[in-house]
Design a protein around this ligand. Structure first.
Ligand SMILES: [Zn+2]
Length: 76
């Protein structure tokens, strides 16, 4: 079915909206280590987030602005 295929194509691509040079200078505010940029699955809604594996913290991104606050980060 054409509609299902086109839907899979559009939802399977997650364009990186954050500038690459911005990502390069972003570090974890807690350990000053590198962050991994990723997007969550498209269901229920795709979200961008920055992950510090050393601290096991996930920093959210709202309106293309990373929320680099330890208090706002989520543990995983
Ligand atoms: Zn960290």
């Amino acid at each position: 079915m054409a509609p299902a295929r086109s839907l899979a194509q559009t939802t399977g691509v997650c364009p990186v909206s954050l500038a690459p040079d911005l990502l390069e200078i972003l570090v974890c505010p807690k350990c000053k280590g590198p962050l991994e940029y990723r997007t969550t699955p498209p269901s229920p809604a795709p979200r961008e987030e920055l992950v510090c594996k050393a601290c096991r913290l996930i920093y959210g991104v709202e309106d293309d602005i990373p929320i680099m606050l330890i208090d706002e980060a989520r543990h995983f």
